[in-house]
Design a protein around this ligand. Structure first.
Ligand code: BES
Ligand code: MN
Ligand code: ZN
Length: 430
């Protein structure tokens, strides 16, 4: 086969991602099992480092686009399965390309873990089993994993997380993953993820049609898990901690009710007016715990927090809310270079006021339909301590893809793993 790459002078390293993905699709379509790719950057205006980066990108994209979640397809005919087993690249500088690919492959493995978790069904993946997978996957990599069970959650005064979990027969968990890759460092980064293993809405029940999508309401926590795996596997020189709050949001006789007032770990009280705004409730305790326990300089939280972010940005961008424009810029830059795009959204004191409650320190919804994603962000912001740089990524529109994209087959995208790995590589390690 001869593959056209377009105008050589216009090709940039990221373009090789599309090439690697389409190549893989094409080879499978042709039922190929083994393939060698003769790859030369001759005549291309790539800088020296970009040449092997291009090769590594192509190979990583081949890996990423080959992801499938097919463990429950017991009757799929053999000729429907992809055939491609081996893909080799002949490059100008194999040693350098190999080195670039070594890290890219570890990041891809992190993406695979995230996709497996997000794709897994909620009868199998619930707080306890999710926590057990984290422990099993990350402990061998030298990450210190600590699991807080429902008793620990109550003991620490995490009344908001407790409230969300209390309607389910499957009690909540809070898991921390500590990775120390840098002896001393002026940056101490915390990644915090929303892990709602199924979101029925609770007593504020969601409508039936489409509710199955809420199996991926734990994507934020899965991204944090896959990211920590990637960072540790490639030996990133950073001190980073993952914190995930995991709960199942169910309606039942023990569920929390609209009008309940709970006390969060921070001491602030919250009037729950809509039990379907549960993500911010579990995150407020996770954020507070992360700050008390690990004293981070920077926090990034990831959450499938609001349907409103899909109305605003569709499926092409995740929304970023951030209390520090330089921090936001670094994250946006990192996203661009791996094709996981962020769009900065505004914070405004008027939206902070909108969650004041006459009965408690705050309420968990504004009550209106305006600026729904920003309201969620402002709720979280009330739990960020002075001086901490914080970014909230609302990934509701990008966590699951309904169409095939370069490096992202239909389904769980793992959006955020590559972005934050890149952020660490570019802005924490250097
Ligand atoms: N998990 C949902 C948000 C969501 C919606 C993610 C669609 C992915 C696709 C979240 O818990 C939720 O229910 N948010 C509510 C908030 C509202 C009650 C203020 C929403 O967006 O409707
Ligand atoms: Mn909800
Ligand atoms: Zn939710």
């Amino acid at each position: 086969m001869v593959v056209g790459l377009g105008k050589p002078e216009e090709l940039k390293a990221p373009d090789f991602e599309k090439i690697g993905s389409s190549l893989t699709a094409l080879l499978n379509q042709k039922k190929a099992v083994n393939a060698d790719v003769a790859f030369t950057t001759e005549g291309m205006h790539l800088k020296h480092h970009e040449a092997h980066d291009a090769a590594a990108r192509m190979a990583q994209a081949a890996l990423l686009s080959a992801y499938r979640f097919d463990k429950y397809l017991t009757k799929e005919p053999k000729d429907k399965k992809p055939t491609l087993k081996h893909l080799a690249f002949t490059v100008d500088n194999p040693a350098k390309a190999k080195k670039a690919f070594a890290d890219a492959e570890k990041v891809a493995n992190g993406v695979y873990l995230t996709r497996d978790l997000v794709s897994e069904t909620p009868n199998i993946l619930y707080p306890e089993s999710f926590a057990a997978i984290i422990k099993k996957e990350l402990t061998p990599l030298g990450i210190k994993v600590k699991v807080l069970d429902e008793k620990d959650i109550v003991r620490h005064g995490m009344g908001a997380l407790e409230a969300v979990g209390q309607g389910s027969a499957r009690p909540p968990r809070l898991v921390t993953m500590e990775y120390k890759g840098a002896g001393k460092s002026d940056k101490n980064v915390c990644f915090v993820g929303k892990g709602v293993t199924f979101d029925t809405g609770g007593i504020s029940l969601k409508p039936g049609p489409g509710m199955e999508d809420m199996k991926w309401d734990m994507a934020g926590a899965a991204v944090v898990t896959g990211l920590m795996k990637a960072l540790a596997a490639r030996g990133a020189k950073v001190n980073a901690v993952g914190v995930v709050a995991i709960a199942e949001n169910m309606p039942s006789g023990t569920a929390c009710r609209p009008s309940d007032i709970v006390t969060s770990m921070s001491g602030q009280t919250v009037e729950i007016l809509n039990t379907d705004a549960e993500g911010r409730l579990i995150l407020c305790d996770a954020l507070w715990y992360a700050q008390e326990e690990f004293k981070p300089t920077h926090i990034v939280d990831l959450a499938t927090l609001t349907g409103a972010i899909i109305i605003a940005l569709g499926h092409e961008y995740a929304g970023i809310f951030c209390n520090d424009d330089d921090f936001a810029k670094d994250l946006i830059t990192s996203g661009k270079s791996v094709g996981e795009e962020l769009w900065q959204m505004p914070l405004n004191d008027a939206w902070d006021k909108a969650i004041d409650s006459p009965a408690a320190d705050m309420k968990n919804i504004s009550g209106g339909r305006d600026a729904g994603s920003a309201i969620g962000a402002h709720f979280l912001k009330r739990f960020i301590q002075d001086g901490v740089k914080w970014a909230h990524l609302d990934i509701a529109g990008v966590a699951w893809s309904t169409k095939d994209r370069a490096s992202v087959p239909k389904g769980a995208s793992a959006f955020g793993v590559r972005l934050l790995d890149q952020y660490v590589a570019e802005f924490c390690e250097k």
